[in-house]
Design a protein around this ligand. Structure first.
Ligand code: MG
Length: 313
């Protein structure tokens, strides 16, 4: 769902990617937008005040709040003629590689997807089923690229989860995301304590306030704009994680160039990036941001640096 906010002749563009497990839908997003009055927002925008207003309007709704926050960041960047990356002190020199996700599928489909992702220097693999070792072996039959693994809360037994992590490390896996259920703090902590590679929280961390609760159970967190209610809080989460010596992955949902560019502007502050939304989205109405040598390029244009609209929406 795309959102435009117009002010002083400029248009800020935002986007919400609603995922069912967060309880959001097109209907809940529209209900939320109907309650908003943003006429008080002035440039320079006080993003802390904006977010506290959005949270007062209704709890939850992180993706549609992210759409408002992203559109206002784009708008302010356009009004002040500055790229969003400047606001966050993000430098291209610190841009991490970005992975492309390979979903759970039949071996021939996995092999085709790995070949299609040839432009990526690192792949992310969704695991969490009975077939995990077979899937990794299929991928290893066609590529020796580093792999990120997302177990998606799929491992129910901590001993089995820990053995899988050791086996995956031998297979060239860099980190494992959310090995066990998000509420199983002790199980995840047990796996983390023994793991030779970083274990990251995804579903277990949504917003800033969640970090303290999980900080001892994982080596790091997966920050996503659609969970954090946008760029302002994602930035705070990254800084707080750093203070706590937690590592940071910046991830995404199914997103067009808009939310991806918002993530790109924060990615240099993170250890890893998994911003593959536009590669997996068939109806992106915008030009693809620039991707070279496995990394996104920070755009020079103001705001998000969104390129031309290719298709009307
Ligand atoms: Mg995940």
């Amino acid at each position: 769902m795309l959102l435009d906010i117009e002010h002083e002749g400029q248009i800020g563009r935002g986007e919400a990617s609603m995922v069912p497990y967060m309880g959001e839908s097109f209907e809940t997003a529209n209900d939320f937008l109907r309650k908003l009055d943003l006429s008080w927002v002035k440039c320079p925008i006080d993003f802390e005040e904006v977010l506290s207003y959005l949270d007062r309007v209704a709890s939850g709704n992180p993706a549609i709040k992210a759409a408002v926050d992203i559109a206002l960041h784009d708008l302010e960047g356009k009004l002040t003629r500055q790229p969003c990356s400047i606001r966050f002190n993000s430098l291209q020199a610190n841009m991490p590689l970005s992975s492309v996700t390979i979903g759970i599928d039949k071996p021939e489909v996995i092999i085709r997807k790995v070949k299609e992702a040839e432009f990526a220097k690192v792949l992310k693999v969704k695991l969490g089923s009975e077939d995990d070792k077979r899937i990794i072996k299929v991928i290893r039959s066609v590529t020796d690229k580093p792999l990120y693994v997302d177990a998606n809360q799929g491992w129910g037994d901590r001993i089995m989860a820990s053995e899988m992590v050791f086996w995956l490390e031998e297979q060239g896996v860099v980190f494992v995301e959310q090995p066990m259920k998000k509420d199983d703090l002790k199980g995840n902590a047990w796996v983390t304590e023994r793991s030779p590679i970083p274990i990251l929280a995804d579903e277990a961390v949504q917003r800033f306030e969640d970090i303290e609760r999980v900080k001892d159970a994982y080596h790091g967190i997966n920050v996503k704009l659609m969970k954090s209610a946008g760029m302002y809080e994602a930035h705070r989460m990254i800084l707080r994680a750093r203070e706590l010596n937690l590592q940071v992955l910046i991830g995404c949902m199914s997103e067009t160039s808009i939310a991806t560019l918002a993530g790109i502007s924060l990615a240099p502050l993170c250890d890893w990036a998994d911003l593959d939304g536009p590669f997996l989205t068939s109806n992106n109405p915008f030009a693809m941001p620039c991707f070279e040598d496995g990394k996104w390029i920070l755009p020079a244009g103001p705001g998000l640096g969104l390129q031309e609209l290719l298709v009307d929406y």
